[in-house]
Design a protein around this ligand. Sequence first.
Ligand code: IMP
Ligand code: MG
Length: 180
Amino acid sequence: MENKIKLHDKHFVPYISNEEIMKAIDKVAEKVNKDFEGSSEVPLVLCVLNGAIPFTSEVLLRFKFNCELMSVKLSSYQGTKSTGTVLTALGLTTDVKGRSIIVCEDIVDTGNTIVALKEMLLDKGAKDVKICTMLLKPDVYDKDVVLDYVGMEIPNAFIVGFGLDYDELGRNYKDIYVIE
Ligand code: IMP
Ligand code: MG
């Protein structure tokens, strides 16, 4: 792991190793498999771009049931803060009517993104929407939407790496770093 990284004007220090991330993903995948293995349904795995790309690719390879993969792009973050408004930059490309969906997110913070996305999917007729997130900031999350699969809980700190960015930088690091 790098000792310290600099992205734009800020420094970040090591926080969660890739090994720990992989262990958390193993556990999450096990839970998802318990719910979907042997089911006759073919769920739609929905990756929330861009942050959830590394997480989705890792967790997807552990799924032992037939599934489809699709992506949407939403954004609510500017710099190191949530703006509270969720914008759709790239919408759904498949009809979700009657489908079971497994939403894959990098992190749930305020929950604004997940709440808006779940509402949108149910509005479009999705039968069931499960939320699968690599990380959760429980001290910030104040919504009622059930988070079905959570990899790891972290305190309220700004982090980067493994898909997570600070103004688009930092996504490529295999470990997670916290702001200094
Ligand atoms: P929420 O809508 O407040 O739950 O925020 C979710 C989105 O904000 C995530 O998909 C991330 O893209 C981004 N986000 C939240 N916390 C962090 C962080 O600590 N670092 C980088 N991005 C974050
Ligand atoms: Mg994101």
